[in-house]
Design a protein around this ligand. Structure first.
Ligand code: SF4
Ligand code: SF4
Length: 245
């Protein structure tokens, strides 16, 4: 009997004997596997009017161009009106103040990312830790992923972005005309045990980042103690960016 079959029968046997009630995916999942998530506390985030600390830190680090024409805009993290971000989810009827708030948005690193499913070249894919990645060299610029993303989290380089980068960070790749880009949860910083640049830059501590699989992580603790909301949860994408109102 193969190992897999023996293991399966052993687990099934335990379940039938009522010795375990854990879902099967927990039994097979690697306990050490991380699952990155971000919590945005809108009360802390809206304290400083017009604050762009996190946006500037991210865009500087990742060589995001500063293009004057909004049609060409490339962005990894930005502010959008509350109604546009959460419109149709019923929150503005609960609280008038919310209508005038601006909300920080970025790629949600969805558990079920529709952008990944449609990419014909596998230029975008989901890692085991949940980060939805981009390989700029594989991207053919078809923009299927942009059409599939229900959050508008991806940008297309309509022109060569390099002349519009204020100061090039040589430690991060620049992109070329005709490719798509988006937030990468600062995977290059996580690899060095550093927090994402936006989280580090926020002096109001409005951004909390960590491992959803670790019971003692800051994200788990805050999600346990506060009511949080997600963008478009009815779509089943399971965003990993949570908001506290
Ligand atoms: S927010 Fe959009 S780009 Fe990001 S993982 Fe989800 S579907 Fe993909
Ligand atoms: S634009 Fe690039 S990343 Fe997006 S679906 Fe096409 S090849 Fe994939």
């Amino acid at each position: 009997m193969s190992m897999d079959r023996r293991k399966f029968l052993k687990i099934t046997g335990l379940s039938l004997a009522g010795l375990t009630i854990q879902p099967a995916f927990r039994l097979f999942s690697k306990p050490e596997q991380k699952r990155w998530a971000m919590v945005i506390n809108l009360n802390a985030c809206s304290k400083k009017d017009g604050c762009r600390d996190c946006i500037d830190a991210c865009h500087r680090l990742h060589n995001v161009p500063d293009l004057a024409n909004p049609k060409d805009e490339v962005k990894w993290i930005w502010n959008a009106p509350f109604e546009r971000v959460f419109g149709g989810q019923g929150y503005t009827t609960l609280n008038e103040v919310l209508k005038n708030r601006s909300v920080l948005v970025l790629c949600n690193h969805c558990e079920n990312p529709p952008c990944v499913k449609v990419c014909p070249t596998k230029a975008t894919w989901k890692r085991e830790d949940g980060i939805v990645m981009m390989d700029y060299h594989r991207c053919i610029g078809c923009r299927y992923c942009m059409a599939a993303c229900p959050y508008g989290a991806r940008s297309f380089n309509w022109k060569d972005p390099r002349p519009s980068i204020n100061e090039i960070n040589m430690d991060f790749p620049t992109r070329m005309k005709g490719v798509v880009e988006k937030c990468n949860f600062c995977e290059e910083r996580l690899a060095k045990n550093l927090l994402p640049a936006c989280v580090e830059a926020c002096k109001e501590k409005g951004l909390i980042f960590g491992d959803l699989n670790a019971t003692d992580s800051d994200v788990r603790k805050i999600l346990k103690s506060k009511f949080s909301i997600l963008r478009k949860p009815h779509l089943g994408t399971e965003p990993k960016v949570y908001y506290i109102l």
